[in-house]
Design a protein around this ligand. Structure first.
Ligand code: IPE
Ligand code: IPE
Ligand code: MG
Length: 236
């Protein structure tokens, strides 16, 4: 079946810059430019969901200078891409704990989400201050907080299937289908706290290409590879 959801761990910006004797921030700038082409490719391929891991809950460990730069870059990105979302019927969504960002950035994200909420050609999801463990923790808290105290004990009678539905409907990714293709650029073969629940049955693609060098041609080849794989979901 054709992929409904592609998720990408955009890694390797810092190394891209280092090879060129440039500051890590130059790699981030170059990496941000790659996003539009990949998004347009998804539109053309009629892939309805694209999630991009842009900032993890662990990325705050980086230097203040780098974190500040990434926040500024994100603001600029939201401004410059607005036109693309509007012209191409693209819905924008963010996942992650946005409460950690400054008010301006939070407002810009919410405004863009609202402005594009009825767009239907493609949903582009940015994972911002996102970590799977944090998402699951917030999900469980959301479930508990959505219920009056008197109803809480009813949770204990849920079947595992009912609980699974309950969890899925409270994840940041609620109403978004599970990940079919999980791509990581930059050569590392790890998941780094990304979509642990949603990528349970994703087909995995690791490439040593650094994110700023990632091309349409390479993702096209990955798609062909995906289409040739036999997915079994535990069956035979
Ligand atoms: C990924 O590239 C972008 C973010 C995490 C924001 P990196 O910045 O991790 O690049 P490398 O892994 O250091 O090369
Ligand atoms: C994962 O990349 C996070 C993003 C791409 C936003 P990292 O570079 O932060 O991951 P690690 O530290 O190599 O696991
Ligand atoms: Mg990295």
């Amino acid at each position: 079946m054709y992929p409904q959801h592609i998720a990408i761990i955009m890694d390797g910006n810092g190394r891209w810059a280092k090879i060129r004797n440039q500051n890590r921030t130059e790699g981030h700038k170059e990496g941000a430019k790659v996003v539009r082409g990949i998004t347009e490719w998804c539109l053309k391929q009629k892939i309805p969901y694209l999630t991009l891991y842009a900032f993890s809950t662990e990325n705050w460990k980086r230097s203040q200078m780098e974190v500040d730069f990434l926040m500024k870059l994100l603001k600029k990105y939201l401004q410059s891409e607005k036109r693309i979302y509007l012209e191409n019927n693209i819905r924008f969504r963010a996942i992650g704990d946005l409460g950690a960002f400054d008010k301006d950035l939070q407002d810009a994200i919410l405004q863009l989400e609202q402005l594009t909420q009825n767009h239907s050609a493609l949903t582009q999801i940015l994972a911002l201050n996102y970590g799977s463990q944090d998402e699951l923790s917030r999900t469980f808290l959301r479930i508990l907080n959505a219920m009056p105290d008197s109803a809480l004990s009813s949770l204990k009678t849920y079947s595992p299937q009912e609980m699974k539905k309950m969890i899925e409907s409270h994840l940041d990714t609620h109403s978004i289908p599970d990940v079919d293709m999980l791509i990581r650029t930059g050569g590392e073969k790890r998941i780094s706290n990304f979509m642990l629940w949603q990528a349970s049955y994703a087909e995995l693609f690791f490439t040593s290409t650094l994110w700023p060098d990632f091309t349409i041609q390479e993702i096209d080849e990955m798609l062909q590879d995906f289409l040739s794989r036999q997915r079994k979901f535990g069956g035979v």
